[in-house]
Design a protein around this ligand. Structure first.
Ligand code: CP3
Length: 344
């Protein structure tokens, strides 16, 4: 054992750390010139995800620049459908695409090669744990089954995820089967990341906010609870953050029923409700990424309100969703400095 502190793990254990540790969702990405340079060398986006040397490099870039308290593995939630041979590609200026799946396709999904296909990702994790500063928490991740399924069914990103919602009503059994298959694959995938050296993992349910009450329970809570139970069954004590964007009022039951150690909050969660949620355990969030684009007073005010309301209990400071390509890297410096001066 080392006596090095990993402050994010302390918060995940329920401790208050002051000032709160900070990392940003999508912290490696196009807002950084050094990311764009490495990305240009790599070939396609998926080539970058499966190149351990370059994927580790882009993961480390924001750590070098800002000294965040956590590093998140550079990969994508859609490597799982790619490993399931859904012909995933990322088109410049268009976003991700893949072959849409139907009920028959769900019945014959071929998961036999998934873990072999994802080996380069595990190699990236091992490299990172060797190369990162010892105090930096290394986060692995996967997409939640609902969010991954929305892409698999539509074959692309969709407004309001209407194709997946429609499919779920028309083909309830096939849809349930898809979510459960994705949950079981995600268990293997997260255990593989933990074994390769990840300190904790985050489950991204980016499109949970479009679900009705019953659907939230069946499509967002149940599969994530299955993942967390499955991971903890094999790696007792594994630390898990669950981020269900747009879950709002459902977040209280979301934490209770999934068993996540911390819940991620998007920027639409009122801070008074966030403080309620924090009585049950650690929270992560929830600055509007547009404040990082704007900078100045709107950035400072947004940071201060979060710190004043949530900063004296277990908090991991983060954005309410991923940082956008338009964000100014200097505004991120200002953000980190301001969070780190809290209470000083
Ligand atoms: O956070 C990090 O720095 C780690 C890497 C990471 C990426 N994607 C890199 C990426 C993580 C954790 C993700 C998760 C992810 N991917 C989610 C969940 C989180 C969220 O933001 O909602 C989702 C829904 C995806 C699917 C996905 N990947 C989309 C919709 C897109 C296109 C969006 C766009 O801006 O073009 C991607 C591509 C992607 N994933 C990029 C990056 C850096 C941009 C692609 C590029 O560099 O060309």
């Amino acid at each position: 054992m080392t006596d090095v502190r990993r402050t994010i793990l302390e918060v995940l254990d329920g401790k208050t750390v002051s000032p709160p540790p900070i990392w940003l969702m999508r912290q490696a990405g196009r807002y950084l010139p050094e990311y764009r340079a490495t990305r240009a060398q790599a070939g396609s986006f998926l080539d970058l995800c499966y190149n351990p040397e370059l994927a580790a490099e882009v993961t480390l870039q924001p750590i070098r620049r800002y000294g965040f308290d956590a590093s998140i593995l550079f990969s994508d939630i859609l490597v799982i459908p790619d490993a399931l041979k859904r012909n995933v590609r990322f088109l410049e200026g268009v976003g991700p695409q893949m072959d849409p799946i139907d009920a028959d396709g769900i019945g014959s999904l071929d998961a036999s090669n998934v873990m072999a296909h994802l080996k380069p990702v595990f190699e990236t994790v091992s490299r990172l744990r060797r190369e990162l500063p010892s105090q930096t928490t290394l986060l692995g991740f996967c997409g939640a089954p609902w969010t991954v399924a929305t892409y698999m069914i539509a074959g692309k990103g969709t407004p309001d995820q209407a194709p997946a919602r429609l499919f779920a009503y028309k083909h309830p059994q096939a849809f349930h089967s898809l979510l459960m298959q994705l949950a079981d694959i995600s268990v293997d995938y997260l255990v593989g990341q933990l074994d390769a050296g990840a300190d904790a993992v985050q489950i991204f349910d980016s499109w949970a906010g479009v679900l009705g009450e019953e659907e939230f329970s069946a499509f967002a809570i149940a599969p994530v609870a299955r993942i967390i139970e499955g991971v903890r069954g094999r790696r007792p004590g594994a630390k898990i953050i669950a981020f269900a964007k747009g879950a709002g009022f459902n977040l209280k039951t979301y934490r209770q029923k999934t068993g996540a150690d911390a819940i991620g909050l998007d920027w639409s969660v009122p801070l008074s409700f966030a403080a309620e949620l924090q009585k049950d355990g650690p929270v992560q969030g929830n600055l509007d990424p547009m404040r990082v684009v704007a900078g100045g007073k709107s950035l400072d005010d947004g940071i201060d309100r979060i710190l004043q309301t949530l900063g004296n209990r277990p908090l991991i400071f983060n954005l309410g969703h991923g940082i956008t390509p338009e964000a100014n890297p200097d505004h991120v410096t200002a953000l980190v400095d301001r969070v780190r001066s809290f209470g000083r």
